[in-house]
Design a protein around this ligand. Structure first.
Ligand code: FAD
Length: 318
């Protein structure tokens, strides 16, 4: 069976969930070969093997520190040349998309970004994307070179499928550009303890109906009870009630969780663009004519200040 390279997203060897999703999808196309860059390959290997990695190509070097992408592209290219894979899969993070684009350019291959599903096809992997503000769902495949595909978080439920996952060292020669940049300073974001918005399995979002920054605690309380991330509509962000880093939609982040709860959000097309591919959508809105109800799986017509606290209590009681 052909091999499929899977770029591993990890923090010091702790493999992040999007990589497990990629391994699950990769198995539809071929045998996943994980590419682990930086420290912690030995501890990551057990997890990668559990989710189907037949092999782990590992490289560690000071060049991988500081989130610089070019050294990682050098290493991924080395893995590509060593394996001659049927496809290269990379998580659709900001960093992942840059790595994938640079690799595709270097190897003269086509690229598909932000896939939400992947399947094997007669002439190569077929990727599903949600495009034009989620107005269309497309299925496409790369027609030139080895397909490089970035996949959005939460596109598949990770499924274990134990494989050998033996670690092999990957020799990497860094190009001139790898050492041409350096991080000067870094300000870590204050942690809320909540999952990252684009990776969260559950997102609870608030809109103009929340009616003030101080009221966002209603959204946060439900999010914390569910172990969810907090999102916001642009109206809430523009009003200064919640930071832009939490905006969901066309000019914000694109999320695809298992469960998306929209409270006090009307469902404008630009908001839908960022959440329409969520697996289950629930809306709480006091206007029964609100357009968001056209796309929900479950709709509650009611005041969010009554519904959300009750829901939070109910979730906590279970
Ligand atoms: P509204 O449309 O005002 O809806 C508020 C809703 O809350 C109403 O349906 C109301 O019935 C309900 N409500 C009020 N009080 C309560 C209550 N107590 N309980 C329950 N329900 C209540 N928007 C985004 O979200 N993300 C984007 O990325 C984005 N990008 C854009 C890009 C462009 C180029 C443009 C032009 C617009 C963009 N917008 C975006 C804005 C978008 O068009 C809408 O204006 C915005 O999504 C509206 O936000 P909202 O639903 O919170 O507010």
């Amino acid at each position: 069976m052909a091999e499929v390279l899977v770029y591993v997203d990890h923090v010091d060897g702790a493999v992040r969930k999007p990589t497990l999703e990629l391994l699950t999808l990769a198995r539809r196309i071929g045998d996943p070969v994980a590419v682990h860059l930086g420290a912690g390959a030995d501890s990551a290997a057990a997890t990668l093997a559990e989710y189907g990695a037949v092999k782990v190509l590992a490289a560690d070097a000071p060049e991988f520190a500081d989130y610089l992408v070019v050294p990682k592209v050098d290493a991924l290219q080395a893995a590509y040349e060593a394996v001659s894979p049927a496809a290269v899969l990379v998580p659709s993070s900001a960093e992942g998309k840059e790595i994938a684009a640079r690799l595709a350019l270097r190897i003269g291959a086509g690229i598909i970004t932000d896939a939400v599903d992947l399947e094997a096809g007669d002439s190569g992997p077929v990727a599903t994307q949600s495009v034009f503000a989620a107005a269309f769902t497309t299925r496409s495949r790369v027609t030139k070179g080895t397909p490089v595909i970035t996949v959005k978080p939460n596109s598949a439920a990770p499924e274990a499928a134990p494989a050998a996952g033996q670690v092999e060292q990957l020799p990497v020669t860094f190009g001139e550009k790898s050492t041409g940049t350096k991080v000067v300073s870094r300000t870590p974001r204050e942690s809320t303890g909540r999952p990252e918005l684009t990776e969260a399995a559950i997102v609870v979002s608030g809109g103009r109906g929340v009616n003030g920054a101080e009221n966002f605690s209603v959204i946060e309380n439900l999010a914390d009870a569910l172990g969810a991330a907090v999102g916001a509509s642009r109206a809430a962000v523009d009003a200064g009630w919640y930071p832009h880093t939490h905006q969901v939609g066309q000019t914000g982040k694109s999320v695809s969780p298992q469960l998306y709860i929209a409270a006090g959000i009307s469902g404008a097309i630009q908001h839908r663009a960022g959440m329409q591919t969520s697996k289950t959508i629930v809306a709480v809105n006091k206007d029964e004519e609100a357009p968001i109800f056209d796309l929900v799986d479950y709709g509650v017509v009611g005041d969010l200040f009554e519904v959300l606290p009750k829901l939070t209590e109910e979730v906590k009681a279970r």
